[in-house]
Design a protein around this ligand. Structure first.
Ligand SMILES: Nc1ncnc2c1ncn2[C@@H]1O[C@H](COP(=O)(O)OP(=O)(O)OP(=O)(O)O)[C@@H](O)[C@H]1O
Length: 257
């Protein structure tokens, strides 16, 4: 028997089709504790479907997703206890204040209120929302809402954080705070898997990148490894090359290359 601890996330040949069309066509990858992994891909590549299958919200047609060794479908309770999923447009309850929202989320997880309340305060202070603790979230900016949703995702102390486009629409200050929070989470031994369209974010923040195109993982590695593999000078060029989206000057001008 191996004494090695299981990966934070292990995807084994995941498949999902909608109406006969493959959205995810055999994705396998592993993410270690302490690692921040970014999934990149063009629109419709299958990123959100992959994340939703990991979160147990979309059932795979075939393959498996394991969270620290727990199968998301077969051992759903244990798997879901270990993960948190932050969609790109998280649902907050506008009439609640931040502490009320976190109390509500803690209640869903059946957390002990005596432990959840100080943890909520710590998260709100850490994400710079404490000064707004008496305000209803309906008046919050997108960045404030995103930070509160992140606090809600962290309240039960997950070990794997899944985020769909967490930085889209955030200003520089909010983006920095969310990035710092994600880095602190992985430095504390947690694992993060996020999707992003912002290549600069992926390059600076992620330990490893996975490039998805047409439902398959076409490349994986550190930003430096992807540049070396494609012989390109920027991650944007590497991305375009790997996803087959590169247009030549001739194509751009409307003439076949
Ligand atoms: N519930 C659904 N019903 C039908 N088709 C779906 C459903 N969810 C996703 N799809 C399709 O599956 C494919 C992959 O979609 P997905 O949202 O996973 O891509 P994505 O990489 O996250 O794209 P984007 O970057 O635009 O968010 C697309 O063709 C999409 O239209």
């Amino acid at each position: 028997m191996s004494l090695a601890s299981p990966p934070a996330l292990d995807l084994l040949d995941l498949h999902k089709s909608f109406g006969g069309r493959a959205a995810v066509a055999g994705v396998s990858l592993a993410v270690a504790p302490g690692e921040l992994y970014a999934l990149l891909g063009p629109n419709g590549a299958g990123k959100t479907t992959t994340i939703r299958m990991i979160a147990g919200l979309t059932r795979p047609d075939a393959g498996a997703a394991r969270i620290y060794g727990h199968d998301v479908t077969g051992d759903a309770r244990a798997a879901k206890r270990l993960l948190a999923y932050l969609p790109d447009d998280p649902l907050l309850y506008g009439k609640l204040t931040p502490p009320e929202y976190l109390e509500f989320v803690a209640g869903l997880w059946e957390l002990d209120a005596r432990e959840a309340a100080p943890e909520a305060e710590r998260l709100l202070r850490w994400l710079d929302l404490w000064a707004h603790r008496r305000e209803r979230t309906e008046g919050f900016s997108r960045g404030m809402k995103q930070k509160l949703a992140l606090a809600g995702a962290l309240i039960h102390r997950p070990r794997l954080l899944l985020l769909d486009e967490p930085l889209t629409g955030l200003d520089a200050a909010a983006s920095r705070q969310v990035k710092d929070a994600l880095r602190a989470f992985v430095d504390g031994g947690g694992a993060v898997v996020l999707t992003t369209h912002i290549l600069e974010v992926a390059e600076r923040l992620a330990d490893r990148l996975g490039i998805i195109a047409a439902g398959t993982l076409v490349a994986e590695g550190t930003p430096i490894e992807l540049l070396a593999r494609t012989g390109t000078g920027t991650l944007e060029d590497a991305f375009l090359s790997l996803t087959g989206l590169r247009v030549t000057a001739g194509e751009a001008a409307g003439t076949p290359a």
